[in-house]
Design a protein around this ligand. Structure first.
Ligand code: AQP
Length: 332
């Protein structure tokens, strides 16, 4: 991994991978992969901040591995790996937590939102989630981190922590840049277009990459819009319609203006129907490849084993440097 810059990103196997995860994150991974040395994680340690059914978490981790590949990521050139297979993440996270302030962690929007949603389980992991995310990114000396707009705040915190650490100990960490697409950075819930689409919400609020085509059509047909009949992009006044136009523009790779033009003179019924077909046709080849990959679990397991070793060897270099800098005694 010498010449190209390093790109890092991850997704939690905390639910069915949604169209939001795909448009906001995975589709950009696919666009960028050839220009960078990439690592893509199944962020299973992060998923534990919300109670998971163990068997489901395990199953979703291998499903996400197959989905990354089915969406177009090359399994040979990229390190697609499972976060918990690389113990250095948790180790660096502890060190970085000693360089993170309660005040800055308490200001994180995701912490506030998830605390509200899981009021019976506001655990310390939910609070220190961004520190673990900083460890993920900094362990690999990442240059670029493609994420959806919802993760922008965490990325800024990662930069702050890295700069703070470097300020004390010298240039230990590369300061990563974010890559956040503009218009389609945040896909909204189909049931409440003022909230982001989330895999841990009501299944009718999101489209999963593994949904049946009938379900996709049904969910889009029921998507919340508004009471006038005008199809235009206006997220403030028409969040539902704007969200549908964003989905269309992202999947068809056309501008929002072109998307508006394609629907001029049409009604909401037609808008939803047309978009459903665009989504189905986009997802069809992904599902075909996914189903093939899932029949070869031995291949997926071998890949995870090899990639865990590759990731560990890069991560250990950074961790060793960090331990030395902060003064932990090294056995000679
Ligand atoms: N609605 C979204 N629109 C655009 N991008 C999104 N992402 C998530 N939701 C949207 C991006 O997907 C990547 C993976 O996210 P994650 O699994 O690490 O965590 P998340 O952001 O918390 O995603 P979810 O779907 O909302 O998961 P749950 O419900 O488990 O919390 C990130 O790059 C994210 O920006």
């Amino acid at each position: 991994m010498e010449t190209k810059k390093i790109l890092y990103s991850g997704i939690q196997p905390s639910g069915a991978i949604t169209l939001g995860n795909y448009i906001g994150a995975i589709s950009n991974f696919v666009k960028l992969e050839s220009q960078y040395n990439c690592l893509f994680a199944m962020a299973d340690l992060h998923a534990l901040t919300v109670r998971q059914v163990p068997a489901d978490l395990r199953a979703r981790t291998i499903q996400l591995t197959a989905l990354y590949i089915a969406c177009g990521l090359n399994p040979e050139n990229n390190i697609i790996y499972c976060q918990s297979h690389v113990p250095q993440h948790a180790e660096l996270s502890w060190i970085l937590s000693c360089f993170s302030y309660m005040g800055e962690l308490g200001r994180m929007t995701q912490f506030k939102a998830k605390s509200e949603k899981n009021s019976e389980n506001i655990n310390a992991g939910l609070f220190t989630y961004p520190v673990l995310m900083a460890a993920d990114i900094l362990l690999y000396q990442s240059d670029l981190v493609p994420v959806g707009a919802d993760q922008k705040q965490h990325l800024e915190l990662t930069r702050d922590i890295a700069q703070r650490f470097n300020g004390i100990y010298g240039d230990v960490f590369t300061i990563p840049d974010g890559y956040i697409p503009k218009v389609t950075a945040k896909i909204m819930s189909l049931m409440d277009p003022l909230k982001k689409m989330s895999k841990s919400d009501d299944p009718d609020s999101y489209i999963s990459l593994l949904d049946s085509f009938d379900d996709i059509r049904r969910k889009l047909k029921r998507a919340v819009t508004d009471s006038d009949a005008d199809i235009r992009f206006d997220p403030e006044n028409k969040p539902g319609v704007s969200n549908l136009l964003s989905i269309y523009s992202a999947l068809k790779n056309v501008s929002i203006e072109e998307a508006e033009k394609d629907f001029s003179g049409k009604g909401y019924g037609e808008l939803k129907k047309d978009i459903a077909e665009v989504v189905v046709e986009h997802i069809r080849p992904i599902q075909e490849k996914y189903n093939m990959l899932m029949q070869d679990k031995a291949y997926l397991n071998d890949l995870l084993k090899t990639n865990a070793e590759k990731a560990q060897s890069i991560a250990q270099k950074t961790l060793r440097k960090v331990y030395k800098k902060v003064g932990l005694y090294q056995i000679k």
